[in-house]
Design a binder for this molecule. Structure first.
Ligand code: MN
Length: 218
């Protein structure tokens, strides 16, 4: 039984040292706090293998990790012949990463395959990118919608009685700054670490939010 806070972090993109500093700044207590990671653990500038190992360790200690579009591109490369050749320029770095992972982390593909597309509790729904807001049940969204959605999710006012936490779209694009975006019924937390900005952390203690951020060192 967790009695502490609920902590949300998204879009680490391989910036594992900044991520470690963020968890320290948030004073994450694995036995007490619930930690929900919203996906995209790898990135073009990242220390990706070390970051993936950190995510596995955190999950073994009780954290929840959702899957992001970059993680799915890596999984695809690890498990399907010819997938590397079909990577778009956004994911071009994943070809070399997949070779490294195949050599050093043979357990990664089954781990990535088990990562869920959403997290939900009494207060929150967390997703990597969004979901299809036109469905009666958002859970019926496709894998692609959960991991790459922008519109119509971003501009839609949501009224789900629970707050939706999402990453994937950098906060800079939502409100002109990399800090956490508090919208109508939803909160965007991608600090733009994949573009050299920052990793955001959102903490909820049952009453109020606290925001944290650690800059990525270039
Ligand atoms: Mn993403």
């Amino acid at each position: 039984m967790l009695t502490g806070r609920c902590l949300f972090v998204s879009d680490i993109h391989g910036q594992v040292d900044a991520f470690a500093r963020l968890l320290a700044a948030m004073r994450y207590e694995p036995g007490q706090d619930r930690l929900v990671l919203l996906g995209d653990y790898v990135g073009v500038q990242g220390e990706n293998v070390r970051c993936l190992r950190t995510i596995q360790d955190l999950c073994a200690a009780g954290a929840t990790a959702l899957v992001g579009n970059h993680d799915l591109a890596l999984l695809e490369c690890l498990t399907s012949a010819g997938a590397a050749a079909a990577l778009s320029s956004t994911y071009a770095y994943i070809q070399a990463l997949a070779a490294e992972v195949a050599r050093d982390m043979p357990d990664l593909a089954p781990f990535l395959r088990r990562l869920p597309l959403w997290y939900e509790d009494e207060d929150f729904i967390a997703v990597h990118a969004g979901f299809n807001p036109d469905l009666a049940d958002w859970r019926a969204s496709t894998r692609d919608e959960f991991t790459t959605m922008r519109e119509p999710f971003l501009s839609r006012t949501l009224d789900l009685r629970r707050t939706v936490i999402f990453g994937h779209t950098p906060c800079e694009r939502l409100h002109g700054s990399p800090g956490i975006y508090f919208g109508q019924g939803k909160i965007g937390i991608d600090g733009g670490a994949g573009h050299g900005q920052q990793i955001n952390g959102l903490a909820f203690d049952g009453q109020r939010y606290a925001v944290h951020a650690v800059a990525v060192r270039s």
